[in-house]
Design a protein around this ligand. Structure first.
Ligand code: NAP
Length: 261
């Protein structure tokens, strides 16, 4: 299948590692030009070098804290000035802290709102004038918590579902401009974030991390964690010219883990 991404320009937010980086890599392999971003400049520089070693598309980086409105504005301007166009936007962020309702303060709720929902709103707002010029694609990264709340992750359970309301509404508002927006919900994809959560669960339950991983895998019909590359394949399709009729939808990439219909 020809994804027809050669020469197109993408912004992948929060992409110095994990799912964001895997999507950037997949797009570069397809010949797209990609701006990666995150808060650690030296890590970004190193990751851009890796991406440019692959060839096909070009990778550049911009230090960006997506909790900061001015940083987002600079990210969009930098992309436009460098590539002259924006065709794809991938909204992504670090995960919120674990915690149950009675453990969390107003400050933690506010911080997670800014990181996991407001940042997506701001990224879309700033990129939209450019996406509308030729039609474009937006992909939001959320979590399986959009379908089934995850115990001990109430911040994710609350704000990720907000992404779905936002995305479904924008699907209608942006359809006249041929801007398509979809959400991908990872179950357990092997990244540092999942390792971190497994460590927390292991400490809480007084178990070794290997036991926690084995428990988690046994609850997944495919009996393993997914790879970032498997996740990125789905994102690349949704961002590509091959996707002409899917918008406002949410897709689990979870090996069958979520039990809801
Ligand atoms: N992996 C999974 O299976 C899974 C499952 C459910 C949900 N998710 C969610 O999907 C998202 C990506 O997951 P992941 O596994 O790729 O996480 P990850 O490995 O922890 O990577 C997170 C990325 O976000 C960047 N980041 C964090 N805070 C940022 C900020 N304020 N501004 C800019 N960049 C920021 C990090 O770079 P810097 O720290 O250098 O800024 C890093 O590049 C997370 O929200 C995670 O909770 C993942």
């Amino acid at each position: 299948m020809d994804l027809n991404l050669k020469g197109k320009a993408a912004i992948v937010a929060a992409s110095s590692q994990g799912l964001g980086f895997a999507i950037a890599e997949r797009l570069i392999r397809e010949g797209a030009n990609v701006v990666i971003s995150g808060r650690d400049e030296s890590k970004l520089k190193q990751k851009a070098e890796i991406l440019n070693g692959i060839g096909n598309g070009q990778a550049i980086y911009q230090k960006t804290d997506i909790k900061k409105s001015d940083d987002i504005k600079q990210l969009i301007t930098f992309t436009k000035e460098t590539f002259g166009r924006i065709d794809m936007l991938v909204n992504n962020a670090g995960g919120p802290p674990a915690g149950s309702f009675e453990e969390l303060s107003d400050e933690e709720w506010q911080a997670s709102f800014e990181l996991n929902l407001l940042s997506y709103i701001r990224l879309i707002r700033e990129a939209l004038p450019y996406l509308k010029q030729r039609g474009g694609k937006i992909v939001n990264i959320a979590s399986s918590s959009i379908k089934e709340p995850i115990p001990g992750l109430i911040l994710s359970n609350t704000f990720r579902t907000g992404i779905i309301g936002l995305s479904k509404t924008l699907a209608s508002e942006l359809a006249p401009y041929n801007v398509l927006i979809n959400t991908i919900a990872p179950g357990r994809i092997a990244t540092d974030r999942v390792k971190h959560l497994d460590h927390i669960n292991a400490a809480k339950q007084g178990l070794e991390i290997e036991e926690i991983e084995a428990q988690a895998k046994s609850a997944i019909p495919l009996k393993r964690y997914g790879t970032p590359e498997e996740f990125a394949n789905v994102a690349a399709f949704l961002l590509s010219d091959a996707n002409t009729y899917m918008t406002g939808s949410a897709f689990l990439v979870d090996g069958g883990m979520v039990k809801s219909i």
